[in-house]
Design a protein around this ligand. Structure first.
Ligand code: GDP
Ligand code: MG
Length: 162
């Protein structure tokens, strides 16, 4: 079976946009309003000649009820089933309480994690990305999933982790 790479993070940070960027086509649903990807969705994918299964997840809100709790549960399942995880943070917002709670869950999982500092659309955002060293997950990779900036370096790091 192919190695599994899960993309997790809060709603609206750009997970589905990143998945589309990696796939090279618009397949995962991107929405301006949070919470569009409710469940886990898997896509066969490839980078630098290596094939893997890419899993998009719904956004993650910790300690919430109803549909949001179900989405969080799906994200936790995705981490459990993954060989490696791309944790996406919105660098323009910085780390939130929810992000920090997800970091704790990621640590507990023991899975290799690559930190994607997303929405760094230009050089001015590099400082926002660097601030995410504070999450303690190692190097934050500055990425613009929207424009493709930095995704090559991110994926090279991912392949090292897989
Ligand atoms: P998800 O909920 O984490 O899957 O986030 P989406 O991929 O649906 O994106 C949420 C919103 O953020 C959409 O309006 C995207 O166009 C926007 N977005 C995603 N990536 C970027 C990025 O790199 N730069 C900017 N400026 N916006 C982005
Ligand atoms: Mg999504």
């Amino acid at each position: 079976p192919l190695p599994v790479l899960a993309v997790v993070g809060r709603p609206n940070v750009g997970k589905s946009t990143l998945v589309n960027r990696i796939l090279g086509r618009r397949e995962a649903v991107v929405e301006d309003k949070p919470g569009v990807t409710r469940d886990r969705v898997s896509y066969p994918s490839e980078w630098s000649g290596r094939r893997f299964t890419l899993v998009d997840t719904g956004g993650w809100e910790v300690d919430v009820a109803g549909i949001e709790a179900r989405v969080a549960e799906q994200a936790e399942v995705a981490i459990a089933l993954a060989d490696a995880v791309v944790f996406v943070v919105d660098a323009t917002v910085g780390s939130t309480d929810t992000d920090e709670q997800v970091v704790r869950l990621l640590r507990k999982s023991g899975k290799p994690v690559v930190l994607c500092a997303n929405k760094v659309d230009g050089p001015a955002g590099e400082a926002d990305a660097a601030a995410l060293w504070a999450l303690g997950l190692g190097e934050p990779y500055p990425v613009s999933a929207l424009h493709g900036r930095g995704t090559g370096d991110l994926l090279d790091a991912v392949l090292d982790a897989l």
